[in-house]
Design a protein around this ligand. Structure first.
Ligand SMILES: Nc1ncnc2c1ncn2[C@@H]1O[C@H](COP(=O)(O)OP(=O)(O)OP(=O)(O)O)[C@@H](O)[C@H]1O
Ligand SMILES: [Mg+2]
Length: 248
């Protein structure tokens, strides 16, 4: 166990019906870092995230999340990780406060009321706390989802496309919050299809066809691909992977 690594996994593999959707994924991520997780639709990002937090059993590979074995430590990992799913997972017919209170009960938090008050405050949701979640705009829904996954004070956030369909201003505010959290020592793995968000990450992983194609800072990935910018680098990488895929 290396305590300064929030994520340390090797060889993570997942197959569905004989098809390998995540192929020997490896990641070492230091605490307090923001790592962007990029790749085309269906490239295995969500599957990988679910294996990291012990929700899905890997067919091969191993490793630790916050020093806990991902194969056996599922219950404890869930207590220390905030996982924001790709689709809005809260109750549309409950208010913001009721949703947070419900999640606080699931985590059996000792000071539920204080934890909910704190989350409302932290994410600027106090004024809207009685509003039904179903009536919120996309940006506010995502803010509520982030508040819910922060309630139990997690050390690591796994955010699966947290800003999909959210307008630029709300996305920027969301990212300001992610940076504030990282500055407090929280580690973040965040999947996104937005290049401006990728640029705001300390480091990146790029996957396609279940394969890890690039790893490093945005500048490192651009330089290694001989590309003019990040988008160009990813287009080149996925093109090469397609060629290899066709040839192999
Ligand atoms: N439970 C499942 N059973 C069968 N196939 C699955 C299952 N879950 C995922 N897959 C397949 O695994 C591949 C990877 O899916 P995954 O959802 O991990 O990709 P993703 O990178 O998150 O995509 P997106 O960007 O669209 O969210 C896809 O081809 C998907 O259809
Ligand atoms: Mg996904």
């Amino acid at each position: 166990m290396t305590p300064d690594l929030a994520i340390d996994v090797h060889g993570l593999t997942k197959r569905y019906n004989g098809r390998t959707v995540v192929d020997r994924f490896a990641l070492q991520l230091a605490r307090g870092r923001i790592c962007g997780f990029l790749g085309p639709n269906g490239s295995g990002k969500t599957t990988t995230i679910r294996m990291l937090c012990g929700l899905l059993k890997a067919d091969a590979g191993s490793g630790t999340c916050l020093g806990l074995d991902i194969a056996r430590g599922g219950a404890e990992i869930k207590r220390q990780v905030g996982y924001m799913t790709q689709r809005f997972g809260l109750y549309e017919d409950l208010s913001i406060r009721e949703n947070l209170d419900f999640v606080a009960r699931l985590f059996e938090l000792p000071n539920r009321r204080a934890a909910v008050d704190d989350a409302l405050q932290r994410l600027g949701l106090v004024a809207r706390q009685r509003q039904l979640a179903g009536t919120l705009s996309g940006g506010w829904k995502q803010r509520l989802a982030l508040a819910a996954c922060l309630l139990h004070d997690p050390q690591l956030l796994l955010l699966d496309e947290p800003t999909a369909g959210v307008d630029p201003k709300a996305r920027r505010e969301f990212w300001d919050e992610i940076h504030r959290l990282a500055a407090q020592g929280i580690t973040v793995l965040v999947s996104t299809h937005y290049m401006d968000e990728a640029e705001r990450c300390h480091e990146l992983c790029y996957v396609a066809y279940g394969q890890l194609l690039a790893r490093g800072s945005a500048a490192e990935i651009v330089a290694a691909a001989g590309a003019r910018d990040l988008e160009d680098a990813f287009v080149r990488l996925v093109g090469q992977a397609q060629d290899n895929f066709a040839a192999g």
